[in-house]
Design a binder for this molecule. Structure first.
Ligand code: C2E
Ligand code: MG
Ligand code: MG
Ligand code: MG
Length: 292
């Protein structure tokens, strides 16, 4: 009987594995056409200043909706893109579209910056910094308005190359954010070695305080102070409740992001929020006076 069960388990495992491989194969094949078939979109999640909660920046997040498969999450298709080498084309598409949107918003007078996620694979390209500089020049976007986010597991790959590429990028004037800090690959050495400007605290750390009743978020506190001591800006991700916002603010963190301030939305939605904020923006024409 036990043997029978064991065998079933092996078969189940095998079936699950086959299915995973099949899904990966399908995604790779379909992702190849996603740009040409107009299936990719960007949404923009606001980054707010704390405690005012005024939007000061946003993060471009990639969305893929396939006509038959439906929406596919970036956590699933980004690794597929990385393994298949498609990430370079997709990353270039993201960068260009995010920068175009940023250029539009700046032209409309909005005081905002744009964050774009970067896959470590994209940094293997020795021309990457030059490409970024070219796009910014072409669109007339000041480099300081662009933030490139790298994740920590990226860091585990090839530290020397990464440091070199990030330094090149910074020389162009763009800012670098270390994404998902505290998510599991964290190392203080990396934080000290990497040329970064912004430290993004992972939502796992931000969500922590509420699960432990009575404890006053020691991890958030320490990470915020560490970041500030290193001269970095600190941004807390995944703030979903007023209590979490409170913890983050109390720690002295001045930038926040999360569902409490809004999920990623299409450009028009974020733009109407920005417009509502601007006291000096173009006003609607006054209603015509009735004829005397
Ligand atoms: P990330 O860069 O850490 O992005 C933050 C993720 O947290 C987003 O998930 C966002 O929708 C989600 N989020 C926002 N607010 C909250 C909140 O209050 N609570 C919780 N639990 N989550 C929140 P999303 O859009 O599914 O993206 C997942 C990951 O995929 C991103 O993590 C990023 O690593 C990657 N990704 C997304 N777009 C791109 C891209 O254009 N290029 C690359 N290379 N990676 C991307
Ligand atoms: Mg990010
Ligand atoms: Mg993150
Ligand atoms: Mg993430």
């Amino acid at each position: 009987y036990a043997k029978q069960r064991g065998k079933n388990r092996v078969e189940q495992y095998q079936a699950g594995y086959d299915e995973l491989l099949r899904r990966r194969g399908t995604l790779t094949g379909e992702l190849r056409h996603a740009i040409d078939r107009d299936q990719l979109r960007l949404v923009f999640q606001p980054v707010v200043a704390l405690p005012s909660m005024r939007p000061v920046g946003c993060e471009a997040l990639l969305r893929w909706t396939h006509p038959e498969l439906g929406p596919v999450r970036p956590d699933e298709f980004i690794p597929v893109a990385e393994e298949s080498g498609l990430i370079n084309r997709i990353g270039a598409w993201v960068l260009e579209n995010a920068c175009r949107q940023l250029a539009d918003w700046l032209a409309a007078g909005h005081d905002i910056w744009m964050s774009v996620n970067l896959s470590p694979k994209e940094l293997h390209n020795a021309d990457y910094a030059a490409q970024v500089a070219d796009i910014l020049t072409e669109l007339g976007v000041p480099p300081q308005r662009l933030v490139l986010e790298v994740t920590e597991h990226a860091v585990a790959t090839d530290m020397e190359e990464l440091v070199r590429r990030l330094a090149e990028l910074r020389e162009t004037g763009v800012r670098i954010a270390l994404d998902d800090f505290g998510a599991g690959y964290s190392s203080l050495t990396q934080l000290r070695t990497l040329p970064v400007d912004i430290l993004k605290i992972d939502h796992a750390l931000v969500a922590e305080p509420e699960s432990r009743t009575g404890t006053a978020a020691p991890l958030v506190d320490v990470v915020v102070r560490l970041g500030h001591r290193l001269g970095l800006e600190v941004l807390a991700e995944g703030i979903g409740t007023p209590a979490q916002r409170g913890v983050v603010e109390e720690a002295g963190c001045r930038l926040g992001q999360g569902s409490l301030f809004g999920w990623g939305v299409p450009a028009e939605h974020l733009e109407s929020r920005l417009r509502a904020l601007r006291p000096t923006g173009p006003r609607p024409l006054p209603a015509p006076r009735p004829a005397p």
